[in-house]
Structures are given as C-alpha cells and as structure tokens.
Design a binder for this molecule. Structure first.
Ligand SMILES: C[S@@+](CC[C@H](N)C(=O)[O-])C[C@H]1O[C@@H](n2cnc3c(N)ncnc32)[C@H](O)[C@@H]1O
Length: 504
C-alpha cells in the first residue's frame, strides 16, 4: 500500500475510507455504551441510523468519490438491514444446509424502525403470498471470502467454483432462502423452513412468484428439442435433471403404452423446493375421489404435503406420511412417474378442464396414485400471456448425489424423558422450559429428527471425528448426540442456559 498521503489505488483508498469509517463508528458505539448504557437492540438501530444518515448524505451531496463509498453506480450499497432474524437455530452448527431440510424450523423478523417510520406499512399485501425470498448476510462468516473455489459438503472434500454452489463463503456474503410465510403480526414476519441463524441481518424480502421465479420454455418450440423431451426419450439423461417437480404437463402430444411416446411440448413443471402448488396437482384415491385440491389455486403448501409418500393404509385409502425429506421422496416419485410415462399404462382423459393423466405407481408396500391435470397456459398476474410453459431446469448431478444417505434418528429413554421437560410457548408450568419457536414438544421432536437425519456434520467431522459427541441447540434445547453407522442417537436434551447481557 502506498505510504502517507501519496498516490494510491482505488482499492487502497476504499480500504482507508472503510478504516476511517470503522474508527468513527467504534467511537460512536463506545460513546453510546458509556453515556447511554444502550442495549444490544438499541445499538443495532443506532448503527442503522448512522448508516442511513450516511446514505442520505451521499444522495443529497451527490458525493460519489471514494470518501463516500455508497454509490449505486459503482455497485456499492450501504446496506441497512431491514431487521435481524430471531431464529430457532442459535449457531451455525447443525443449522440445515438448505431450508427444505427442516420445514418446521421457525424464525421471526421484526422490521426495523431504522428503515421505515412505520415498519408495518412495508408488509401490507405480503400476507397474500405463501412463500418469500429472504435476502440476508452471512454475518457469522468471520470475514469476507475471496476464495474462487469452495468445498461444498456434497462434493465430499472436492472443490468447485464458488458460483456453482450455495456456499455461505462467497465474495459478498449474501444468502438467499426461500421460506414459508406463516403469518404477519404487525411489523413482524413469521417464517418457517429456514436455514439462517439467530441474529442474521436481513436485507430484503421478496414474494415468491412461480410465474416469475420458474424457468420457462419458449412456446414457439414444438418441444421436439426440449430438455424434457430428451429426458423422456433418453433414460440416462435423467441424472442431470433432478429437481423436485410439482406436476407433469403433457401437451397435445400422445402418450402410448409401448414406450414410443410422442410427447410434444410436454415438460415437467419445475417449481422449486417446497413450492406453492397450483391446481395442476391433485391426489386421488383409486375410486377417483379427490383427496387433495383438484383444480384449486392452492397457495399454502401444507394443504398438499408435496413429496410425501402416499401410503395405502386401508383399501383405497391413502394417508400422507413423511413430510420431512420432501425433496428426496418426491424426486423418487417423479422418477417413478417418468418410468410409468414410458413403460406403463396411463389413463388419459380429456375433460373440459384439460387433459387428466392418471397413473398408479406401485412399489413394495406403497402404492401411489397420482392424477395430474394439464392446465391451459396461465397468464401472468398482470394479465399478460406469458406465452410459454414451465420447463425443466438442469442441476449439476453432484447436488443430488449426497455422499451420505439419510440417517435413522433415535432417542434414548433419557432423551425422551428430557424432552418432556419442555413446553409450548403459551404454557406456563414453572417447572418446565418454554419453547420459543416450536409450538409443541412434537414439533421440536420432528425438527430435531429432520436436522439429524440430513447428517449435519461437516465432511471433516464425519470422516475424522466419528466417535465424538455432537452438540447443537435448537430453539431452547441443547442437544447431545452421537453418530453410528447410518444412524444418529440423541443422548440428552437440556434447556439452553440463557445468556445474560450485563450492561455494567
Ligand atoms: C449453505 S448456506 C445456504 C443459505 C441459503 N439457502 C443460500 O442458498 O444462500 C446455509 C448454511 O449457512 C450457515 N449460516 C446460516 N446463517 C448464517 C449466518 N447468519 N452467518 C453465517 N453462516 C450462516 C449455516 O451453517 C447453514 O447451514
């Protein structure tokens, strides 16, 4: 770096400005703590205030040189978190690697007054969406990462380019999670299906809109060269096309029973993990009685536990089971459907609502019967015809090829007893520890199982520290477990000791 006030590069200048800025901030924080004995929350909002002032200064003065680093033209934004997440995961250890792993994981986000004078106004209309994208900062990464290659756990020690991964270690430490919007309480957003830890600074919330967030095929294509078509015809191609799918669309082409299908323009609708479901998906029993949501515009995913296995419990009765692991089981289902499309009898029926495709999928002990309905092209909410259909997307094969299979999760009798010492947030037995996020012991139990069955250990821990105990916290529970061959066993579950913040 150039010495003193001599010529220096833009980067060096920026580093100096940042250092100066940090010094100023530190002084102001010290003062706030000394003089006002502020709480942590006050300090956060105080910091946001300072940043906001700086941004406003930069906007009014038009000062875009290195002295004022926030400049949209240069790709610099002075981020002001819209809030800090209260999460059921307190630390990174055992926090799911993606939100689909534990659909019960919960968080709350109170929109900060440092951003809007009336935070609740910013949430108007959001309750009409079932899912939201959460843009956040990986604040517990220690430092900004400048590694171009990373080792995602699924590559079991191998490296790949950072931009081909969802690694938290990336140049701008920005995370993106598709979460379920449970409800809005005034200025607070209640979420589930999250993979962020306590205190995560959130930068933005955007509604999940399948019409915009789903890749689409060009309607002008006759489908002959679509990825879907290749996939139907060429078995081996399927390995690379591996995302959860919410429906099978068969366009005007014919599906016959001897494998020489002509599937024109058909495609799998790829709606992402835990997607809201459209009326294209209905589940019926064998008598044709609709069990779930035919032709409804379902926006709440819990109405159809998509990806669950449908078990034939009694004659013609299906019960949805195993919501956890949605991704994987549904993928299996899809694979079977695809197989059926090529090799088996499929009843198709034209109705005034479009073509209905019914198929029965049999597997040892499990019978699944799915009915999919072709939906006419949808219009976007603005009324403009999108003119194309959801299309298949391609995912690197390693993403689906987990180096570990899902684990059986067991509780020792001690752990079972420990769990009884917890209670739902609204209960007030003084002898018990209240859960903060989970609504019942059963929810806590299911969440623990979901987290452990995905094997949350790092590759290093899995390979080098097999015999060591593994600790993690979930909500107000501190959990001790160990891992054996294809299982995890929970030994003890104790209340988390509250950290007391002493302000002097
Ligand atoms: C693999 S990242 C994926 C996050 C997001 N779904 C994405 O794709 O950007 C999820 C992991 O990030 C880590 N993590 C979550 N919140 C974090 C935070 N605030 N700071 C640092 N790491 C965090 C946890 O270890 C979690 O398992």
């Amino acid at each position: 770096m150039a010495a003193g006030g001599g010529a220096c590069s833009p980067l060096e200048r920026e580093v100096r400005v940042t250092r100066r800025e940090l010094r100023n901030l530190r002084q102001q924080i010290d003062k706030a703590v000394r003089v006002h004995k502020k709480s942590i929350d006050d300090l956060r909002s105080f910091l946001s205030d300072i940043k906001r002032e700086q941004i406003q200064d930069s906007a009014t003065t038009g000062n875009q040189d290195a002295e004022m680093p926030f400049c949209l033209e240069k790709g610099n934004i002075g981020t002001v978190p819209i809030g800090f997440l209260e999460s059921c995961f307190s630390v990174k250890n055992a926090t799911p690697r993606q939100p689909t792993i534990c659909s019960l994981s919960r968080a709350r986000l109170k929109i900060s007054k440092a951003v809007f004078t009336n935070p609740e106004h910013s949430l108007i209309g959001l309750d009409q969406f079932s899912h939201v994208w959460i843009v956040f900062i990986f604040h517990k990464n220690g430092h900004q990462s400048c590694k171009a290659k990373v080792k995602p756990p699924r590559l079991n020690g191998l490296k790949t380019g950072v931009f081909s991964t969802r690694s938290p270690h990336r140049p701008n430490a920005i995370g993106l999670t598709l979460a379920k919007l449970d409800r809005i309480e005034g200025d607070t957003v209640c979420l589930s299906g999250i993979d962020m830890i306590e205190g995560t600074p959130v930068l933005d919330i955007k509604p999940y809109i399948p019409d915009y967030d789903t890749p689409r095929c060009d309607a002008s294509s006759d489908g002959k060269d679509s990825q879907f078509n290749k996939d139907i015809v060429l078995d081996e191609q399927f390995q690379t096309v591996t995302n959860p799918v919410t429906g099978v669309y068969i366009d005007e082409g014919q599906v016959d029973t001897n494998g020489t299908s002509e599937v024109g323009g058909g495609c799998f609708a790829e709606l992402g993990p835990n997607p809201p479901i459209y009326g294209t998906h209905s589940i019926t029993n064998r008598s044709g009685e609709v069990l779930h949501g035919e032709d409804q515009h379902l926006t709440k995913v819990e109405e159809i536990p998509l990806g669950c296995e449908l078990k034939c419990e009694k004659d013609n009765q299906f019960a949805a089971t195993k919501e956890a692991g949605v991704d994987q089981s549904f993928f299996l289902t899809v694979e079977k459907i695809r197989h059926q499309l090529i090799h088996s009898d499929i009843a198709t029926e034209s109705t005034d609502r479009g073509k209905v495709i019914s198929m029965e999928l049999k597997d040892a002990g499990t019978t699944m019967y799915h009915q999919y309905q072709h939906q006419p092209k949808r219009s976007s909410s603005a009324g403009q015809d999108l003119g194309n259909e959801p299309c298949i997307s391609t995912v690197a094969a390693w993403v689906k090829e987990s180096p570990v299979s899902s684990l059986d999760v067991r509780f020792t009798p001690y752990a079972e007893k420990d769990l009884e010492q917890f209670q739902a947030p609204d209960k007030a037995d003084p002898g018990k520890t209240s859960l903060k996020h989970f609504q019942s012991i059963e929810e806590a139990r299911s969440a623990i199982m979901a987290v452990l069955s995905a094997d949350p250990r790092s590759v290093y821990r899995r390979k080098q520290c097999q015999d060591q105990l593994f600790y993690f916290t979930l909500d107000s529970a501190h959990i001790t477990c160990w891992f054996g061959d294809a299982f995890a066993e929970i030994l003890r579950i104790k209340p988390v000791k509250e950290k007391k913040f002493v302000t002097e």
